[in-house]
Design a protein around this ligand. Structure first.
Ligand SMILES: [Zn+2]
Ligand SMILES: [Zn+2]
Length: 286
């Protein structure tokens, strides 16, 4: 999380308390103590790891910026281009995080809660940046976006995604639902229901999903979490367990090609079909 993200923390906590109060008042079980503390710990841990990885990322972007095609000024059109470019990169980073187990090993953390509330937004990976998620943005300094502004745009995107992690807001006005990522669209993304799996990857703008064929409307209440849920609230285990599973599967699988498939195929892929990918699950259901 970035510097401006730190300024957003008081706002995060205040709204989180309001949502907890609403959920108690409404007698809805959207919060449980263990789950919330696990999510908060993941958020704090990700701030800690980002202190290290942010410097590394900034170094790489600054190096690439030396070879920029043009210099994009931070005037109104430059800012719009920056936010669009960042959000576009986020879409592809997020989509690949669901389609390649190597990136999924980090991203699974964000999907590991069976609850959906503002604290879920803070349930962030500790290993995303160090495992190379920033590579999806590496084209931006080459084109001519200032590295400092790229990091700022990433923070803005992350802050935007906070408020959409709620069940309190059902639907936004139609024009807004058409253009922007909303609580309704993102609830779908956290659903483990077959029709909802690997859909609505948007960061701020839902238009990317509409353009690239990954959009689905919320038609029924999602079942939050993973196909196979984790059974721990221990932050370190949440952060690293899928890396452990991946290493174990690579070790167990014979043949170099199949070992590589373990790493680069979609999550769920297995040589003996003992576990299935989203696509295989859909084929089976049809
Ligand atoms: Zn996701
Ligand atoms: Zn989310």
């Amino acid at each position: 999380m970035g510097d401006i993200t730190n300024f957003a923390i008081p706002f995060f906590l205040a709204t989180l308390i309001i949502e907890v109060a609403l959920s108690i008042y409404g007698n809805r079980e959207s919060y449980t103590k263990k789950d919330t503390f696990a999510s908060l710990s993941m958020g704090i841990g990700s701030i800690g790891t980002s202190l290290i990885t942010k410097g590394l990322k900034f170094g790489v972007f600054t190096f690439l910026y030396e070879y920029r095609l043009i210099e994009i000024p931070m005037v109104w059109w430059g800012l719009i281009a920056l936010l669009l470019a960042d959000d576009f990169s986020y879409y592809w980073f997020h989509r690949m995080s669901h389609k390649m187990r190597y990136f999924w090993a980090s991203h699974v953390v964000h999907h590991s809660s069976q609850h959906y509330n503002l604290s879920t937004a803070l349930r962030q990976s500790w290993t995303g940046e160090i495992s190379g998620s920033f590579l999806f943005y590496a084209w931006m300094p080459l084109v001519g976006f200032d590295p400092l502004w790229i990091l700022t745009a990433q923070s803005i995107n992350l802050i935007y995604q906070y408020w959409i992690h709620t069940e309190v807001i059902r639907k936004m006005p139609r024009w807004f639902e058409f253009l922007f990522n909303t609580p309704s669209h993102h609830r779908v993304h956290h659903g483990s229901d077959l029709q909802y799996l690997d859909m609505n990857y948007a960061g701020m703008l839902i238009i990317w999903d509409r353009m690239f064929g990954t959009f689905i409307d919320e038609t029924k209440a999602p079942t939050y979490g993973l196909i196979k849920n984790i059974s721990t609230y221990n932050p370190a285990r949440i952060a690293f367990s899928e890396w452990g599973n991946l290493a174990r599967d690579v070790y167990k699988t014979s043949g170099i090609l199949n070992k590589l498939r373990c790493i680069f195929a979609p999550p769920g892929w297995s040589p003996d079909k003992s576990t299935l990918t989203t696509e295989e699950l859909r084929e089976k259901a049809n």
